[in-house]
Design a protein around this ligand. Structure first.
Ligand code: ADP
Ligand code: ADP
Ligand code: ZN
Lengths: 244, 244
């Protein structure tokens, strides 16, 4: 995607940078980021994840990566790996558990740190960036460092989740980020007994976002506690994104 | 429950104070608080809710109460009402949308404010207190103001939600709060087509918490997007709590 580079930028030059956003928390944004990354790896791509959700980092937790302190190599941080995916986040840089109040220049500095102080391998194909929910000041800070990054929106079928996702999408478009499309998560539940799809959270969320932003619905991911049963859905999604 | 009163305590003297806690966010703690309050009102009780989740207040949002500025009456805040339930929370006291960094004495002062600066009606039967998820410093601050309050724990069937709920329960017991029991939320989904219960998130969460803390499972609330379909479940729960 050829990000314009400032001098210290250590991110991989040839990679596609895709930010994953949602309007509200709890819709499955981090789950989608992790499962999509795994599917891209299964298709032979080299993938890294930046957990930019500074207010509620969860990628390291999903991968069960503990903060044993980072390893420094030639002055840069070596990101830990899980499932062949390099991962960095505030919870891996930050000791302790204090709610983080990142504002203005502090926030810009932190986001920069993800792309200047980390030793990223240069042959990475996809850098996925897990954004905090909503439209706050982290997406702005990302925009400054990665003006060319694309964006994926995650919503559930629920009315309120879709409306705030539209707001997050409009804010991204204003900043010049191309929107790849919307992922409707928890879209239905496939009944174990009668195999009929159950639209527990309604049916319109994905369509509401897609129509409002004129973007495609890239996937409808079912409600499934055992995430390994979602592999086929995420492989389909990964193929669409690789060809986009 | 006859809380020991300091001079300025404005909470109702004869009310039962019940704190609603969970280990992690997103398990439905606030939804359970609101639906239980509505069921208690249907059974003729007078109810108020204190939203002490200072990091993620949501009770006013669930009731669609907007922060139009509070009304002051004889130097005290008049809590707004929805469905006959008086509600106060940081989002109704606080202008704007900044993430709140409440620590130590500031936090104690805020929690106190809920019980000294608000004009509570004295014939309230139940004061429900929605705690932040986890075991941080808000439950400690509540303990100081309301040493006799009882506690309800909310979990989903998921393994990780149950384990953190047990930790929240053990912390409450250490502080001398009697545990009423555990509510397993999103316990199952009643298939619309074949009516067979679907245990989407597994089956053991409530039982794990109940056994670890030697408390009863008070309710198993199904996954149901239309909350009005949960009335019967919450009426049963309210009857158990009134008689506890
Ligand atoms: N498709 C799904 N089916 C079942 N549970 C899901 C699904 N997607 C997410 N979850 C669960 O929902 C909760 C919230 O997901 P998470 O990815 O943390 O949301 P967000 O990042 O939007 O806050 C987690 O417990 C996760 O396991
Ligand atoms: N029994 C239920 N069935 C369906 N959705 C539920 C249920 N309980 C909660 N929810 C939904 O789950 C989300 C999280 O609930 P919330 O009460 O805000 O959780 P918490 O207070 O634990 O963070 C909300 O969108 C809410 O509507
Ligand atoms: Zn069925």
């Amino acid at each position: 995607s050829k990000q314009p580079q400032h001098l210290l930028f250590s991110g991989p030059q040839q990679a596609r940078y895709i930010a994953v956003a949602s309007g509200k928390g709890g819709v499955g944004k981090s789950t989608v980021t992790v499962e999509l990354a795994k599917a891209l790896v299964l298709l032979g791509k080299k993938v890294a994840i930046v957990d930019a959700d500074v207010y509620g980092a969860s990628i390291a937790k999903i991968f069960n990566i503990h903060n044993d302190g980072v390893t420094i190599h030639e002055g840069k941080i070596l990101p830990p790996k899980a499932h062949d995916i390099a991962v960095i986040g505030i919870d891996l840089l930050n000791e302790g558990n204090t709610p983080i109040l990142w504002r203005g220049p502090m926030l810009g500095k932190l986001i920069n740190q993800f792309f200047t102080d980390v030793a990223w391998e240069q042959d990475i194909d996809f850098m996925l960036i897990d954004l905090p929910p909503g439209t706050g000041d982290v997406p702005m800070a990302i925009q400054q460092v990665l003006p060319q990054s694309e964006m994926l929106l995650v919503t559930t079928p629920q009315h309120d989740a879709a409306h705030v996702a539209v707001r997050a999408g409009l804010a991204a478009v204003d900043m010049g980020h191309p929107l790849l499309g919307v992922i409707e998560n928890m879209a239905y539940y496939q009944c174990n007994d009668c195999a009929k799809p159950q639209y527990i959270f309604g049916r319109d969320g994905g369509m509401t976002v897609a129509t409002a932003l004129s973007v495609p619905i890239l996937a409808q991911i079912p409600l499934q506690n055992e995430k390994s049963n979602l592999t086929a859905h995420f492989l389909d999604l990964a193929k669409i994104i690789i060809n986009a």
